[in-house]
Design a protein around this ligand. Structure first.
Ligand code: ADP
Ligand code: MG
Length: 570
């Protein structure tokens, strides 16, 4: 039995974060409140007017690329192209320095193309920072922008191009998140949607969206494994799909592993090659050159998915350098990254006491699965051939659109011109059951070591809604209060888990080692409730919801929503 501990240190620390190769952004130790006044100086957006029709869409808000789709009815799911006619849009925001000091962010390909010439004005991979309250980007115009606001700019850009395409106002959306995203990051994503002016029907797991895009309408799919290697994240999920039922069995992921990391390895190869040719890149002082290398690294990487070697040209100080990278070199340099995905995948199977023979379908999603070594590795370990069952770029947004349609119909809303009866008939008939991606517990002293540690109450991969209890005990005679710190994370060591809520509750005096029951309930919308009971008297000591201190407060969201409403975004 563990005892409830009263004191655990706050482990917040300051850090400097490198986003991409050379875009150095500062994260602050203290949570900085966004100064809303600065946003009021933002200029106003061009006003679009639409008819009465309102659209509900699915949005894949990716680390490196985002996409949007609409489902009018089953069988009619369409990815909406951006203004350049592309299905996917780089999740990149460029903040030009303006005369007025107002922010006029550019999103997408134009922003990505600006990265090489003005790397300090460009923010990429902001999804990796979602839910980090200590992170702010300092724009060249002197504004401090939280990840929710930068993501809101991306979402607003998407909303805008979708509205132009559809000729309808986009009001509601389902936004996808990696399955392993914790409560804080999910809430941050939802808030980003709201700041962008969207009614977020739900945040929805990316692998489930992939499975939906693939399995909707199929009678008997069976057990599927979704391997999703995107730009910044890796997710692997086991599901059971049968006749419209999508049951998540278990999920795992690595939030620090994606195509960006493969780019970084190519970047190293390029820098090494340039050094061999006599040019030593000064990574601390050659921002522009580093950004150019970073940009070309990704192009080289994509090239290597199709051809055995690819070449990039650099002109430095008037001299031309030709850098050639072979697929073999690349695969060697990134072997350990690929291995990390293999290990996670196999551990997930083992955790469910399954082997490859138990898997009926293997789905690959995420742009990075285009690298031939990914398919080879998966085919080799699974002994299965993998086709192109889903489109790597658009499956997530399509699944999100199908789910959005389902929720819209469930909620009794109809954005379809046809009769409500025919709409309901053609609405997707699905049932989704999900699991917790992170364990939940409390901080308690280990009786053997006396050290505080993470005592898990709800194990990860438990079906939600879930409600579990565990019994602890007081540590001293006549203890007058207990401090409950709710943890989220799978590791016993507190260093690797997040404290998501905390409350000190008074208790009646009892001898030491008196039992206390702690119950944690996990709702379908991912809300966590905690209930504490004194087992000596069987009396309730208190119930509380986790406080989400790492998220924006409701007034902050509303205020940012108003501010961002007036921002011109291209
Ligand atoms: P996310 O959802 O994380 O934004 P995506 O699924 O859109 O990511 O995938 C983007 C990643 O896929 C990027 O790292 C990109 O470089 C990589 N990628 C796209 N096409 C290819 C390709 N042909 N070969 C290798 N990597 C690719
Ligand atoms: Mg993705």
């Amino acid at each position: 039995m563990f005892s409830v501990s009263a004191d655990v240190e706050d482990r917040g620390s300051s850090c400097r974060i490198r986003v991409g190769f050379n875009t150095v952004l500062n994260a602050k130790k203290e949570a900085r409140r966004l100064n809303h006044d600065i946003l009021r100086t933002f200029s106003t957006d061009g006003v679009h007017t639409f008819g009465d029709r309102m659209a509900t869409i699915g949005i894949d808000l990716g680390t490196t690329y985002s996409a949007a789709a609409i489902c009018r009815h089953v069988g009619d799911v369409r990815v909406i192209p951006n203004i350049e006619g592309q299905d996917i849009t780089p999740s990149v925001v460029f903040f030009p320095e303006t005369d007025s000091g107002d922010e006029e962010p550019l999103v997408g390909m134009m922003a990505k193309n600006s990265a090489a010439s003005a790397p300090q004005c460009v923010v990429r991979s902001i999804k990796r920072m979602m839910g980090d309250k200590d992170f702010c980007y300092y724009s060249p115009n002197g504004h401090e922008l939280r990840p929710e606001v930068i993501s809101a700019f991306i979402l607003k850009h998407i909303k805008k191009y979708v509205e132009v395409d559809l000729g309808e106002a986009v009001t509601d959306a389902v936004i996808t998140v990696p399955a392993y995203f914790d409560d804080v990051r999910r809430t941050a994503t939802k808030q980003a949607g709201r700041i962008a002016g969207l009614n977020v029907l739900q945040v929805f797991n990316e692998p489930t969206a992939v499975a939906l895009a693939y399995g909707i309408g199929l009678q008997d799919v069976g057990r599927i494994l979704v391997y999703d290697l995107g730009g910044g994240t890796f997710d692997v999920t086991l599901m059971h799909v049968h006749d419209g039922e999508f049951d998540v069995i278990a999920t795992d992921g690595d939030p620090e592993l994606g195509g960006d990391d493969f780019d970084r390895e190519i970047t190293r190869l390029v820098v090494a090659d340039l050094a061999r040719q006599g040019y030593v890149v000064d990574e601390d002082n050659e921002d522009i050159l580093c950004a150019e290398i970073e940009e070309k690294a990704e192009i080289l990487k994509r090239g290597l998915s199709n051809v055995p070697q690819s070449t990039a040209m650099f002109t430095i100080d008037g001299k031309n350098y030709r850098v050639r990278i072979t697929r073999e070199q690349f695969e060697q340099a990134t072997h350990s990254l690929l291995e990390r995905t293999r290990e996670r995948t196999e551990i997930l199977l083992e955790s469910q006491h399954l082997n490859w023979a138990d898997i009926d379908r293997l789905l690959m999603a995420g742009g990075s699965t285009r690298m031939p070594m990914v398919r080879q590795m998966l085919q080799q370990i699974s002994g299965k051939s993998i086709g192109n069952e889903v489109n790597q770029d658009t499956a997530v947004s399509m699944g999100a659109a199908i789910y959005a349609k389902y929720l819209e119909t469930e909620n009794g809303r109809n954005t379809d011109e046809r009769s409500p009866a025919s709409v309901r008939e053609e609405a997707p008939s699905i049932r989704i059951s999900d699991v917790t991606s992170q364990s939940l517990g409390i901080v308690a002293k280990n009786p053997k070591t006396g050290e505080p540690e993470n005592s898990i109450i709800i194990q990860r991969n438990t079906h939600i809604p879930a409600k579990y209890s565990d019994t602890y005990c007081t540590t001293i005679d006549n203890q007058r209060s207990i401090n409950i710190q709710v943890t989220e994370g799978n590791d016993p060591e507190l260093e690797y888990v997040r404290i998501v809520g905390e409350k000190t509750l008074p208790i009646p005096p009892h001898p030491k080692h008196s039992p206390i029951k702690v119950t944690i309930a996990y709702d379908i919308d991912q809300t966590v409730y905690v209930e504490v009971t004194d087992l000596v008297t069987d009396g309730a000591l208190g119930t509380f919801e986790i406080d989400r201190a790492d998220n924006l407060s409701e007034p902050e969201v509303q205020s940012l929503q108003k501010s961002v409403e007036g921002v011109a975004i291209d």
